[in-house]
Design a protein around this ligand. Structure first.
Ligand code: HBI
Ligand code: FE
Length: 301
């Protein structure tokens, strides 16, 4: 879902996602939908219709893939690098059914086509069922460095490889199940922040140093190196309540990245029922994306 300014970034989701775009509309509202919502099913899934991709679409996918793949070593986490090959040949947009067969064998997940951004309830329901929604359309060549909404490249390259990792796959399903329980709108905002600062823009500490695991970072040519090596942003130790209080930037690189020690840590964090946490967060002030609080554990490079 996430977006970044250059290099395969993506806009999108409910908050606009680093693109300054107005809150996403799901096939209605001010911008004409890029996907065909009218023919989507009740759960917002649709057919990929692989035959409709043109040679230009496949060539664009290959250019995006190769630009990102070239810079993964030393910046992307090993789990991502180990799994990215599962997407298949970079010369064409993967067929979701073949990809789902490989993915299902690994972690019980499958990839399902959607026309684009979908409402949170539908999104959570798909994740809870181990079905990852992947936008069917690909950006235009002129959007090579920047696309307002999540396209097939962001969703496939950014999100799908880590779904081959059992622990991360379990986290994603637990996140979806938690989302379904988030009855009050306010807690959907808290969950959106959790998604943003982990699934989209998360960093992980490794013996070799910081590495990216967030899809919004991994699908962006510019932010991948920036997030792991730049002294400019702050990097804070993962803290669930702090994340749920923290606003995020939708039109620039992140000012703050949260760093986990392991995917197990992430999964464990989602084990308890979030209701008391939502209560606690609702009593505290929101935090600006670039703010540093006295209790923060600020990590160095
Ligand atoms: N829809 N297709 C799609 N992809 C997303 O990543 C997505 C979405 N709808 C809602 C959403 N993400 C966010 O609200 C998450 O924070 C839940
Ligand atoms: Fe995303």
């Amino acid at each position: 879902m996430a977006a970044v300014n250059d290099g395969g970034g993506v806009g999108g989701v409910t908050k606009g996602v680093n693109s300054g775009v107005a809150p996403a509309t799901y096939g209605q509202g001010d911008r004409p939908p890029r996907g065909d919502y009218a023919s989507a099913r009740a759960d917002y899934t649709c057919e990929q219709d692989w035959g409709r991709y043109t040679a230009e679409d496949h060539a664009l996918y290959q250019r995006l893939y190769e630009r990102q793949a070239a810079q993964l070593p030393g910046l992307a986490c090993e789990e991502f690098i180990d799994a990215v090959g599962q997407l298949g040949t970079p010369t064409q947009i993967p067929r979701f059914d073949a990809l789902s067969q490989r993915l299902h064998r690994a972690t019980g997940w499958e990839v399902v086509a959607v026309p684009g951004l979908i409402p949170e309830e539908a999104f959570f329901a798909l994740l809870a069922a181990r079905r990852f929604p992947v936008t069917g359309w690909i950006r235009k060549p002129e959007e090579f460095d920047y696309v307002v909404e999540p396209d097939v490249f962001h969703d496939l390259f950014g999100h799908v490889p880590l779904l081959f990792n059992p622990m991360f796959a379990d986290y994603m399903q637990a996140y979806g199940a938690g989302g379904l329980k988030a009855s009050r709108l306010q807690s959907c905002e808290y969950l959106a922040r959790l998604y943003w600062y982990t699934v989209e823009f998360g960093l992980i500490a490794t013996p070799a140093g910081l590495r990216a695991y967030g899809a919004g970072i991994l699908s962006s040519a510019g932010e991948l190196r920036h997030s792991v090596t730049s002294p400019q942003p702050q990097r804070l130790a993962f803290d669930l309540e702090r994340i749920m209080r923290t606003r995020y930037k939708i039109d620039s690189y992140q000012a703050t990245y949260f760093v986990i020690d392991s995917f197990e840590q992430l999964f464990r964090a989602t084990a308890p029922d979030f209701t008391p946490l939502y209560e606690a967060v609702s009593q505290r002030d929101e935090v600006a994306a670039e703010a540093t609080l006295p209790g923060d554990r600020v990590l160095g490079l």
